[in-house]
Design a protein around this ligand. Structure first.
Ligand code: BG6
Length: 306
């Protein structure tokens, strides 16, 4: 569907419309009395969430490439149906193909002046089956209020069970990584992806002073990103997930990534709601699995911007 057809079928007066975004890629622009947000159909990718009276909550790379075969850097990429490298075939795309696929719009609604909902969908096709030999329907429900709620549902529409790994790979915008801590993971073990997947124990809050790439295990707890530089706490609550990934590329990895600014590591942190490592899920024929992430934030009024 082109943007005109999308607007005819799914636009909501004063709340939701479709337009050509960067490089002509179609995006939904949401604006209600609580927040604004932007969602690209390429990747089903949220590139902005901005509650009124707050700074933008999601970090976006100013070098992000908006190209059909490339994942957008920043916002909330959808990692699916595998997390990280493909387990047996390194020629397949890192983090699966949902973030580089075109999604369709399934529904839109506005339950109130402060709540907008958009549901995107992606179904198996000959192209997806060449990468992953299963039949599925993937639905993504995005609810924008003063918080951002994301629900990704994998439905097995085929005749054989399959395993699915995923991540709602949120990049959060912070004032200064040196003045940021993450709570909610104390006492959990994690697989250190930078140290041969060794199992290590988190003690106290997560403090980042170097490259970090960790899969925290056996945790359903909410995490809070405490950003002292702008006096803001970002809460990341979840369900359908027993693993949480924390990632910051730090200096040399940032320099190696062509779509990531060299100093970007200072103002971002990824806290991802995942089904990773032993938390990948089996979905039987006719059944479904949902993973939900809810992002909300609280700021001191004196430090907010419009
Ligand atoms: C994180 C992984 O989820 O995503 C990291 O744990 C990876 O290992 C990071 O580097 C970014 O991945 P990509 O494919 O978007 O560069």
């Amino acid at each position: 569907m082109n943007t005109e057809e999308l607007n005819q079928q799914f636009a909501i007066r004063d709340q939701l419309r479709f337009e050509a975004g960067v490089n002509g890629l179609t995006r939904a622009v949401i604006h209600n009395d609580a927040s604004s947000a932007e969602v690209y159909l390429h990747g089903g990718h949220i590139t902005a969430f901005h509650p009124h009276g707050q700074s933008p909550v999601l970090w976006m790379s100013n070098l992000a490439q908006f190209k059909p075969d490339k994942a957008i850097r920043g916002g909330v990429p959808i990692v699916w149906p595998w997390f990280g490298a493909h387990p047996t075939d390194s020629t397949k795309p890192q983090h699966g193909f949902a973030r580089i696929s075109e999604w369709n719009v399934a529904e839109s609604s506005a339950p109130s002046n402060t709540e907008s909902r958009l549901q995107l969908r992606m179904n198996s096709s000959p192209e997806t089956e060449a990468l992953w030999p299963h039949q599925f329907e993937l639905s993504y429900t995005i609810t924008v209020t003063e918080s951002l709620s994301l629900k990704l549902t994998t439905r097995n529409t085929g005749t054989d069970a399959f395993e699915v790994g995923c991540a709602l790979h949120s990049y959060f915008a912070i004032g200064d990584i040196a003045r940021t801590t993450i709570t909610g993971l104390d006492g959990r073990s994690y697989l250190d992806q930078l140290d041969g997947m060794q199992n290590k124990l988190q003690s106290g809050a997560v403090i980042i002073g170097d490259e970090v790439d960790r899969i925290y295990r056996d945790t359903e707890d909410e995490c809070v990103v405490h950003d002292k530089a702008i006096d803001r706490d970002i809460h990341v609550a979840k369900s359908g997930s027993r693993s949480t990934v924390v990632w910051n590329p730090w200096i040399s990895k940032a320099q190696r990534m062509s779509d990531f600014p060299d100093d970007g590591y200072r103002t971002m942190i990824c806290v991802e709601t995942t089904n990773a490592a032993e938390d990948i899920r089996t979905v039987n024929p006719g059944e479904s699995h949902s993973i939900v992430q809810m992002i909300s934030c609280h700021s001191s009024p004196s430090k907010t911007v419009n």
